[in-house]
Design a protein around this ligand. Structure first.
Ligand SMILES: Cc1ncc(COP(=O)(O)O)c(C=O)c1O
Length: 375
């Protein structure tokens, strides 16, 4: 049986990884400035992570959500501390799309409405409602297109208000810093007004923190900078450092009932062990601070490259916008310099999403390679 061919692959076969480096079968070492698609938060094969998962799988890898699971309760407790969302409850699932799918479904249950507001250049995943709220027609099948989604210009608060006034919107879903769309972020004024408007018109504000969460921006969540609290916050990627796990933080006013949401694998013992070790290392190694410091260093270094037209994002969720398409440069960085970076919807944007453990010396390696290619 052949694989269903949906991924354009680089001809590289990683077989092991350690911290910010990935090694192929010839033991060639690659610097990972892509974090396996913004997933690796505490570094590849972190000893604490390996220990936590190994210990757990030796005891109990999985049992269903029909029994007590103290690891889920511990995870919820720790997420409260990290996020300061003291009034939110936790529902666990398996991926970013599933998190958003549950967030949208819950908003619809809660308000009794079905229209969703999303923004241009958004990406929320590939399942039913999540993909319908994603601004990429190529990945929306007719079965998804029947969802009622209105796309608005990011930052256009007038358009949001006009739409919400019709009182048929159940949710506004937004990435506080856009990921694949190209690292755009609005002002605090916009986010505050958005939050107030949702409140006024009985629509739930969903923060998609699937990519930006778990410290990637130097804050635990990207929305925290703007002094608001969304009704629902979706999480995944960095949450498990590669172990498939996702979830939503849900405002306490939204009432749960048996069967309202559910999943077989969500919040299983191994996923919880992975995520708990991520939180332990984020705190123990002060990785949010490191993300901020290395970000500053990166931004300073980037100033010396005249071909970089704009530097976008914050923390270790960064985008370098050039005045030419970066596809060839990205390939050269991988094949010649052995450095992984990310692409974006904007063909001129190179994305930088390293593990949060990255150090200045690794940033130097990247800029040396970049200078060599651009001189
Ligand atoms: C902001 C955002 N939301 C949702 C998703 C979907 O997550 P997953 O691929 O785990 O379904 C992604 C994935 O890239 C993302 O970046």
């Amino acid at each position: 049986m052949k694989l269903f061919n949906v991924y354009p692959l680089f001809d590289i076969t990683p077989i092991k990884a350690k911290d910010v480096f990935v090694y192929d079968e010839n033991n060639t070492k690659y610097l990972d400035l892509y974090g396996g698609h913004a997933v690796i938060s505490i570094g590849h094969s972190h000893p604490e992570y390996v220990k936590s998962i190994s210990k757990q799988v030796g005891k109990l890898g999985f049992y269903s959500n029909s029994v007590q699971n103290p690891l889920q309760i511990e995870l919820a407790k720790q997420l409260t501390e990290f996020s300061n969302c003291k009034k939110h409850h936790l529902f666990l699932c398996n991926s970013g799309a599933e998190a958003n799918e549950n967030a949208l479904k819950l908003a619809s249950f809660e308000t009794g409405k079905k229209k969703v507001i999303a923004f241009n250049n958004s990406f929320h995943g590939r399942t039913s409602a999540a993909v319908a709220a994603t601004d990429n027609k190529k990945i929306v099948a007719p079965i998804n297109a029947q969802q009622d989604v209105e796309f608005l210009e990011l930052g256009d608060i007038g358009a949001v208000e006009k739409s919400l006034k019709k009182e048929d919107v159940c949710a506004v879903i937004i990435e506080f810093i856009q990921g694949v769309g190209g690292l755009d972020e609005c002002t605090t004024e916009f986010y505050k007004k958005l939050s107030a408007l949702c409140e006024k018109h009985n629509a739930l504000l969903i923060a998609d923190e699937v990519q930006s969460g778990f410290g990637r921006t130097g804050d635990f969540f990207a929305f925290q900078k703007h002094d608001i609290t969304p009704h629902i916050i979706s999480i995944a990627k960095g949450m498990g450092n590669g172990f498939p796990v996702g979830g939503i933080l849900i405002n306490h006013t939204i009432k749960a009932s048996y069967g309202l949401l559910g999943t077989t694998f969500g919040g299983n013992h191994l996923a919880c062990a992975a995520s708990l070790s991520v939180l332990k290392v984020l705190k123990g190694e002060n990785l949010l601070k490191n993300a901020k410091e290395i970000s500053e260093y990166f931004i300073e270094e980037a100033k010396s490259i005249p071909q970089i037209k704009t530097l976008k994002g914050r923390g270790l969720m960064l985008g370098l916008e050039f005045d030419f398409p970066i596809a060839e440069l990205r390939k050269t960085l991988i094949n010649k310099h052995h450095i992984f970076t990310g692409s974006a919807k904007n063909p001129n944007l190179l994305r930088i999403l390293p593990p949060l453990t990255i150090q200045e010396e690794h940033i130097d390696m990247f800029f040396e390679a970049l200078k060599q290619e651009l001189s």
